[in-house]
Each structure stands twice: as structure tokens, then as C-alpha cells.
Design a protein around this ligand. Structure first.
Ligand SMILES: *Cc1c(COP(=O)(O)O)cnc(C)c1O
Length: 233
């Protein structure tokens, strides 16, 4: 078995353990394999091991990878999630290729993605990214703005509002982390109450996926534990 396949098994085992401890079904917590900065061969290896959901963070890099894989046989079943900060002038690259965008955080982006989503494709699944730690270095909208943005997405014909995404603070202080995740869970519950299409709380990465699952995460985004450390970002 190749190393990536082995890592995938280990991550799935972590998800299963955490789900069990939280009294949840692991099947209800899909794994997004974050392949940003990694070569196409790494995606192919994960795909060969059965992985079907992939996350990318850089629009141009991702577009090249997706286009390359779509020209080859056997990769049409990949579900692509855009999870990085998205500049407005790159939105078309994403609207024309991805199945999901999890990093939507402003009106202008909502408008552009809706206008640019090709009519031949299924509507684009959207998560609103919340800057739950309030760090100025992080993208994402404030907690106050979520419901306004959600209504905008809900009114767009070419978009489907699926839920919320967050990158909690990178800290070893589990109390701080748990408090941020608790707020995310409450916001998600309220949003799901208002919009029947909302079913996704995207939260948890290599370092904090257990805590995220304990706080109701319905999708974990894991890069390092599957593909190894990245050279940049
Ligand atoms: C890079 C990235 C991840 C994966 O992080 P790891 O710590 O490598 O698991 C998850 N979510 C987002 C938004 C990312 O940019």
C-alpha cells in the first residue's frame, strides 16, 4: 500500500474514534482531502485509495490540476471543493470548475459566482466562511454578517447554500479552541433552522479534527496528515 493510502486509513480511523466518542456516526462526517500545493500524482494516489473529495486553495493551481485530470479517464467522479481566500478576479476559474466553494465571505463574490456559474453545470454549493477567531490575518465574514450573506446566497439561482466553514485559531489552548467551535456549532444550528438546504459545518483539520467532531463538524478538511507537510502555506 502506498503511503498516502496508509495515511488515509489512519485519518479515517481518527474520524471513526472521534465520532464514536461523540456518539455520532462516522459516515455522517465526510473527509475532504486537502491537496493544495501537492502534485497531481498525490491526488491520483489518494483517488486510487478510494478518496473522492478534494480541497484546493489556489485558484490557478487548482484549475490546472482539475483540467489535467478531466482530460484523463477515470477522474470524473472527483468532487472539488475550493477552500482558499478567493480574489474576485479569480472567481470565474472557480465558478467554471468546482462543485463547492467553502470560502465565500462577501456580497461581490456571491454575485460573481452566481453570474459565472455555467448553466450546463449543477448549481454551485456554497459555504460561508466565518472568521471565528477574529484574527486580522484570516479571511471570512463576521458573525454579525452571516445571516445577511446567507439570504443573498439563498436568493441566487445558480448557488445552493450548504452551510458554514471556519478555521479556528491555531492555538494549543483547547479552551479557546473549544469556545470558538461552540460558537460555530450554535451559528450552524440557527442557520440550518432557517434554511433547509443547510447541512454542512466544515470544521476540523489535521491538528483539531477530534475536537471539531466533538463540536458537531459534518466535514473535516485534512491536508498534512494525508499528504505530508507543505513547503509553503
Ligand atoms: C490548508 C487547509 C486545510 C488543511 O490543513 P492541515 O492542517 O494541513 O490539515 C484545511 N482547511 C483550509 C481552509 C486550508 O487552507
Amino acid at each position: 500500500m502506498n503511503q498516502i493510502a496508509q495515511h488515509l486509513l489512519q485519518v479515517k480511523e481518527r474520524i471513526a474514534q472521534a465520532a464514536g466518542q461523540a456518539g455520532r456516526n462516522a459516515e455522517s462526517i465526510p473527509l475532504l482531502a486537502v491537496s493544495k500545493t501537492k502534485p497531481i500524482e498525490a491526488i491520483m494516489a489518494a483517488h486510487a485509495a478510494g478518496q473522492r473529495r478534494f480541497g484546493e486553495s489556489y485558484a490557478q493551481e487548482a484549475a490546472t490540476k482539475i483540467d489535467t485530470l478531466r482530460q484523463q479517464e477515470g477522474y470524473a467522479d472527483i468532487e472539488w471543493h475550493f477552500i482558499g481566500p478567493l480574489q474576485s478576479n479569480k472567481s470565474r476559474l472557480v465558478a467554471e470548475r468546482f462543485d463547492w466553494v467553502q470560502s465565500v465571505d462577501r456580497d461581490k463574490l456571491i454575485e460573481r459566482l452566481n453570474n459565472q456559474r455555467p448553466a450546463t453545470m449543477a448549481p454551485l454549493n456554497v459555504c460561508l466562511q466565518i472568521n471565528i477567531s477574529g484574527e486580522s490575518s484570516k479571511s471570512g465574514t463576521s458573525e454579525q454578517e452571516i445571516f445577511q450573506l446567507a439570504e443573498r446566497v439563498a436568493q441566487c439561482e445558480r448557488l445552493v447554500l450548504r452551510g458554514l466553514m471556519a478555521i479556528p485559531e491555531h492555538t494549543s489552548d483547547e479552551t479557546v479552541l473549544a469556545a470558538q467551535m461552540t460558537r460555530m456549532q450554535a451559528l450552524f444550528t440557527e442557520l440550518a433552522r432557517q434554511y433547509p438546504s443547510v447541512d454542512t459545518l466544515s470544521m476540523g483539520m489535521t491538528e483539531d479534527l477530534e475536537l471539531a467532531i466533538a463540536h458537531g463538524s459534518t466535514m473535516v478538511r485534512v491536508g498534512t496528515a494525508i499528504f505530508g507537510a507543505r513547503d509553503y502555506s
